[in-house]
Design a protein around this ligand. Structure first.
Ligand SMILES: O=C(O)CC1=CCC(=O)O1
Length: 267
């Protein structure tokens, strides 16, 4: 566990793996912290330099008052990766993390060799949806939104398991201001035009039961990037790295091999 002061916020981050390993950066979703990636990390190819962080207002990072702009979330990430001398990484972003990924790739292509855009879109939701969520969290707290969020995050089958409590607790322990702040950033973001200019290897991942960024929305975004790939994970909602970790990791390992980040997989 380490902390980096960007000048605006203190970001909690963690680096695993050898310092000279091929860098893979993970950016997680609204209402989750970096532990989102715990289920898949042991299943990834060995030797990678894995970088994770809690965006502002989440996890152990500091929590400035809401609202936040998408630009500030992108700049936070850029400063952290500059601090860690990251170049040519594969950047894996899920949901709002995927929006940060799109923005960072437009701004700093030198940092990013390839993109994985998981359960995300060029635009997520509408201004009205986000205004309602921000009002809900500001007036009644994140707990008041939690049941609806669990329905979008997870399939019916997963919601019937005891593990649901872990992820619900993760959500409800995020600061209200952090949730509202990032919701405002999403509300004002539309990456349609910048993302259509991206030219780099890219993979889209969708969950068949995703109530927030359904597969067609993810596919639509990937169609903007020539020669991109798309994978659909069945029996999973918005967080397929939690529900189907082996399949998610297999897809990532194949993609890492296809861009030369790890040796080609056998078989
Ligand atoms: O709808 C949700 O709660 C899921 C979500 C939307 C943006 C994000 O990062 O997560």
């Amino acid at each position: 566990m380490q902390i980096f002061d960007t000048g605006d916020v203190q970001l909690h981050y963690r680096v695993d793996g050898p310092e000279d390993g091929a860098p893979v950066v993970f950016a997680n979703s609204l209402g989750t912290d970096m532990r989102l990636w715990d289920p898949i990390l042991p299943l990834l190819a060995p030797g990678l330099r894995i970088i994770r962080f809690d965006k502002r207002g989440h996890g152990l990072s500091s929590c400035p008052p809401a609202p936040y702009s998408m630009g500030s979330l992108i700049t936070d990430t850029e400063r952290l990766l500059d601090h860690l001398n990251v170049r040519n990484c594969v950047f894996v972003g899920l949901s709002i993390g995927g929006m940060i990924a799109q923005g960072l790739a437009v701004k700093r292509l030198d940092m990013i060799r390839a993109l994985v855009l998981s359960n995300t879109a060029t635009k997520i939701g509408t201004r009205d949806i986000w205004a309602e969520r921000i009002a809900g969290v500001e007036q009644h707290g994140i707990e008041s939104l939690a049941d609806g969020i669990m329905q979008r995050w997870f399939s019916d089958d997963f919601r019937a398991t005891p593990d649901l409590a872990l992820w619900r607790n993760m959500l409800t322990r995020q600061p209200d201001a952090g949730y509202a702040g990032c919701s405002a950033a999403i509300s004002h973001s539309d990456f349609m035009t910048p993302t259509s200019g991206l030219r780099l290897p890219a993979l889209g991942i969708a969950g068949s039961e995703d109530g927030s960024t359904p597969p067609d929305l993810v596919r639509e975004m990937m169609d903007l990037i020539p020669a991109s790939k798309f994978k659909l994970i069945r029996r999973a909602g918005h967080l397929p790295c939690v529900e189907q970790p082996q399949e998610y990791a297999d897809i990532l390992n194949d993609f890492l091999a296809s861009v030369g980040h790890i040796p080609k997989q056998k078989g």
